[in-house]
Ligand binder design. Structure first.
Ligand code: PMP
Length: 433
């Protein structure tokens, strides 16, 4: 058994000063299971008890090149010497904005902020400011950050298929109920439902928020035809299509999910992979819409375009643009899926993969889910038990199947061999249980 003695002691200490003993609710895994990190490097990290892990969470995506990447850290140190924040502009803002525009054609104009939440919040405001319409559409199972307008979900526990749509409820106490009347939800991969909502309410709807590869209910990919139908419907009804690329951006392709699907958003948001973990996010989009920023629409912030984050972003994007890092990441993901399939097939265990190999989902069903409704219906008890065994063996995936397996450019052949050996053990331990 892995010892978590020091992490457990740290938990007790931290609980005295931090709710749940952590800085973000998602990091609390139970009183005796919460892990406190000592040091990360590449695709691996150690905890306070010196347990070594190969990480498939990578901070939920930011670690695209691996932890403590020397090239990005050297750039960040140069950025630090610039001085931090001045409440004035710097040259590097243009350099990074220009790089983003070249990698993502929809990003004609760019603004920076610090977190995914802030970027999506800005995108929603810009869309509403541009259209003059307050209502918006979100996709069931999507996650777009911690601001009140986004913090809604459709719990599926009591939902019965064929008896209407699941109810929309706030994800947190403190979110004003009155916001609900502005929100419409539709399931992914169902253009008819979307068209129905737009036919009825289109004249009030300013924005549609979508992750074409949904990275917050494991990893569920929209089909290409659906995404193009969404694009056409948004055009037809004058709705601003916001593609939330906080997880997919600078990961699934240089031009993000928009490149994969051959679609252009009106507005798009990026965060995680942009600066290999340094805090920065982006709202970008069509010039006609983005020119409203500063021309009626408020945007800013003390820490926007911090010199450290900008320098780290510039280096990370340069590496992603000029090397084969993203292809290597996808190939690692495909090799891992092939190895996992061999192990599971030899034991006659039905399974499927979803999403994208760089942020993939594993399901113990023959077919992957097509949307949040089918994901919620799938049986993930085998997965959850297996994840506990993997943790004991030093392979860190999310403890439930909510998050994809994130791969970085630092996951190498030795990670692959070790992961597959341990995966085989974990599967057998789960079957024996
Ligand atoms: N959008 C998406 C698609 C996300 O996955 C997340 C975070 N998981 C966010 C927005 C919010 O980002 P942050 O946690 O940086 O505020």
């Amino acid at each position: 058994m892995r010892s978590l003695t020091k992490s457990n002691a740290q938990f007790k200490k931290a609980l005295k000063k931090l709710p749940l003993g952590v800085a973000s609710n998602f990091r609390y895994w139970g009183d005796d299971k919460t892990i406190y990190v000592k040091q990360g490097k590449g695709a691996r990290f150690s905890d306070l008890d010196d347990n070594q892990y190969i990480d498939y969470r990578m901070g939920y995506g930011p670690g695209i090149l691996g932890y403590a990447d020397d090239r990005v850290d050297a750039a960040a140190i140069e950025g630090m010497k610039v001085g931090g924040v001045f409440a004035l502009a710097t040259e590097l803002e243009y350099t990074v904005a220009n790089r983003i525009s070249q990698m993502v054609p929809a990003a004609e104009l760019v603004r920076f902020s610090n977190s995914g939440t802030e970027a999506v919040m800005a995108a929603l405001r810009i869309a509403r400011g541009y259209t003059g319409k307050d209502s918006y559409i979100i996709i069931e199972g999507g996650y777009h950050g911690l601001f009140d307008a986004a913090l809604w979900y459709t719990p599926m526990e009591d939902w019965v298929e064929g008896q209407g749509d699941p109810e929309l409820v706030p994800y947190s106490d403190g979110v004003p109920q009155m916001l609900k009347k502005l929100i419409h939800t539709v399931p992914l991969n169902d253009a008819n439902k979307l068209e129905d909502v737009l036919k009825k309410h289109g004249s009030d709807i300013g924005a549609l928020l979508i992750e074409p590869i949904m990275g917050n209910c494991c990893s569920i990919a929209a089909n290409a035809e659906y995404i193009h139908q969404v694009r056409e419907l948004c055009d037809h009804y004058g709705v601003v299509m916001i593609i939330d690329e906080v997880k997919t951006g600078f990961r699934v392709a240089k031009g993000g999910v928009q490149e994969l699907y051959g679609v252009k958003a009106d507005l798009c948001t990026f965060a995680k992979a942009v600066a290999n973990g340094y805090p920065i996010s982006i709202v970008a989009g069509r010039e006609e819409i983005m020119r409203k920023v500063g021309n009626g629409i408020a945007h800013g912030g003390t820490y926007t375009a911090h010199s450290v984050s900008l320098a780290a972003a510039n280096k990370t994007l340069e590496i992603l643009d000029e090397t084969s890092a993203l292809e290597d990441i996808a190939n690692f993901g495909l090799d891992m899926q092939k190895g996992i399939s061999e192990i599971l097939d030899s034991r006659n265990i039905a399974h499927s993969f979803s999403g994208h190999p760089s942020m993939g989902g594993l399901f113990f069903n023959e077919h992957p889910p097509v949307n949040y409704r089918s994901w919620k219906k799938s049986d993930y008890s085998f997965y959850d038990t297996m994840a506990q065994h993997l943790h004991e063996l030093g392979i860190l995936c999310e403890p439930d199947s909510r998050e994809p397996w994130f791969i970085s450019a630092a996951h190498d052949k030795s990670c692959l061999v070790e992961t597959l050996n341990k995966f085989e053990k974990a599967v057998d331990q789960t079957c024996e249980q």
